[in-house]
Design a binder for this molecule. Sequence first.
Ligand SMILES: C[S@@+](CC[C@H](N)C(=O)[O-])C[C@H]1O[C@@H](n2cnc3c(N)ncnc32)[C@H](O)[C@@H]1O
Length: 275
Amino acid sequence: MDDYRDVNRASWDERAAAHAASPDYAVSRFRDDPSFLSGVVAFDRPRLGDIAGLDGVHLQCHIGTDTISLARLGARMTGLDFSPPALEHGRRLASELGLDVEFVESELYGAPEALGAGRFDLVYTGIGALCWLPDVRRWAGVVASLLRPGGRLFIREGHPVLWSLADPRPDGLLALEFPYFERPEPLVWDEGGTYVETDVEFVNNTTHEWNHGLGEIVSALLAAGLDLTALEEHDSVPWNALPGQMHEIGGGEFRLTDRPERLPHTYTLQARKRG
Ligand SMILES: C[S@@+](CC[C@H](N)C(=O)[O-])C[C@H]1O[C@@H](n2cnc3c(N)ncnc32)[C@H](O)[C@@H]1O
């Protein structure tokens, strides 16, 4: 396997079942409580506003828990991902819950061909999505192509400063070790495990990842024909991004324990397509 997509897909395909079974994705709570929303979408809700009746697409939707949460808020949702097992979990849960959500298999850059251009009022993505993509300008082109004129992008994502941090140091200082700016070459990792609680041992552990600076992301969206409408940096992140250095603060959010004000953990960016 040479292509970054094949390498990364093997890792994601293998993790889908463990994620669906993990308490962190709370799949059973969707079944038990018809008003339950994922922690990620519950955090976004005040910023999302009323999305009822919108045609929405969730890019890199994984096992569909956020996609389904957006459908519970009244949007007509489509989820897109390149991992067939992840999509299968989403389809199964939506069908059990009686929700009409479409799950489409496609590589991200092929989304306009897979879904059709200019079809959506809302593109929703993030929480570990951009780091799998080598070219943020191309990603912004995909977002612009999927939206109708006046349609919105909503993304809450791990902050590029967070992605660039070194492993914990004994003196507690945060050190920048990995690229902040986009580089043509990926960071290649070979690490077992995953970001949720699980005992499963994985065999496909190589991943290829990229960082994208905040300015690069904003500039790519402006160049693709979107106007920025909101940009907020947060002091929490919805997974334990720095194990041993963070604690849970409720709602599935984690914060640096020592002087959290040093670190932008995540950001929410909203933009609207011109026209
Ligand atoms: C961390 S999940 C993000 C989804 C969501 N935030 C969640 O936690 O449920 C990353 C997803 O991106 C998908 N992905 C990675 N690279 C992709 C690509 N090139 N095209 C389409 N999907 C991709 C993976 O299959 C995975 O489901």
